[in-house]
Design a protein around this ligand. Structure first.
Ligand code: PRP
Ligand code: ZN
Length: 302
């Protein structure tokens, strides 16, 4: 099946209409300098600052919209993207979309979870069991890799209550905080996929106007993703304290050392990608740092 798509010189990005990834996806794109005029049906947002429009859809529809060329890009969970790609490959179809960038939010994992009472002794235990999931392709593939013959029960929602309803013996579902599993007396025992929100795009390269637009957006996204968790750390210290201070900054990118007065006093400035907790600041102070200051990073362009 092929759809004829008119050539466009605007870029169209699909994001989740509502749900876990909806707000952070929009905020991330806005931090890249995009802004939109909302339509009355709130499904299409016309790009104002740049010719980049938004389409608000169900997350499960995003890979298909990219495959059909209806959208150029999408923000979607790696779990959804991998499931649909695995399904295509199992059907003998070629891949039609791919992950362009991990976006650093919406972290979760696809895990196998068994009733609390089970003593987990490994995948061998699953032979002949019924496993409820919304990710049948990824589960089938995993079972195949493990050499286990089990029954996959495909459900579109409320997977976690399947064992209590007698529809399945265990589940394979997304786990984020773990609260949903715990509330249903289930415990995670194996991880099939580590997931987060990703920017998805077509397998083929963009052409013309859209190639330049996509390239610019990716460059801004890279900066925005790095900026989000980064802080600029500044302090002063005696030169002799530097060997004790640097090991406390394993996540610092190329610290800059400036001589302040005389040869003995230095000012340090470093971009840190990890968390700068109070504990860490106190450790730095004890190791000789003075006048510690942590600053948020507004934007970054490599
Ligand atoms: C997932 C999953 C669980 C819940 C787990 O659903 O299906 O219901 O999140 O989160 P927790 O470990 O923090 O309790 P999600 O919100 O991603 O929606 P969807 O899979 O139905 O799209
Ligand atoms: Zn969904």
């Amino acid at each position: 099946m092929s759809m004829s798509i008119e050539p466009r010189d605007r870029l169209r990005i699909a994001i989740q209409k509502s749900g876990r990834l909806a707000d952070p996806a929009r905020a991330l794109l806005a931090s890249c300098g995009l802004s939109w005029r909302e339509s009355r049906d709130r499904l299409f947002c016309y790009g104002e600052a740049l010719p980049i429009d938004l389409l608000l859809v169900r997350d499960d529809d995003i890979p298909g919209l990219i495959a059909d060329g209806v959208c150029d890009l999408g923000v979607v969970g790696r779990n959804v993207l991998c499931e649909q790609d695995t399904e295509r490959v199992r059907r003998g179809e070629a891949s039609a979309f791919r992950e362009l960038r991990p976006l650093g939010f919406g972290g979760c994992r696809l895990a196998l979870a068994v009733p609390d009472g089970w003593e987990w002794r490994g995948a061998g235990q699953l032979a002949g069991r019924r496993i409820a999931t919304s990710y049948p392709a990824l589960l089938q593939q995993w079972l195949q890799e493990q050499g286990i013959a089990a029954e996959v029960v495909t459900l579109t929602g409320s997977v976690e209550i399947a064992p209590r309803l007698g529809q399945a013996d265990l589940v394979c579902d997304l786990v984020s905080s773990g609260a949903t599993l715990a509330a249903n007396q289930l415990k995670p025992v194996a991880t099939l996929l580590e997931s987060e929100a990703v920017l998805a795009g077509p397998v083929a390269e963009f052409e013309g106007e859209r190639a330049a637009l996509a390239e610019m957006l990716l460059r801004r996204l890279d900066g925005a993703v790095r900026t989000r968790n980064s802080r600029l750390l500044m302090f002063q210290a005696q030169r002799s304290a530097i060997p004790a201070l640097l090991p406390l900054l394993p996540d610092a990118e190329e610290p800059t050392l400036l001589q302040v007065d005389g040869a003995d006093r230095l000012a340090l400035q470093a971009l840190c990608h990890g968390r700068l907790t109070w504990q860490r600041l106190e450790d730095l102070k004890r190791a000789g740092a003075q006048g510690l200051m942590v600053l948020p990073v507004e934007s970054m362009l490599a």
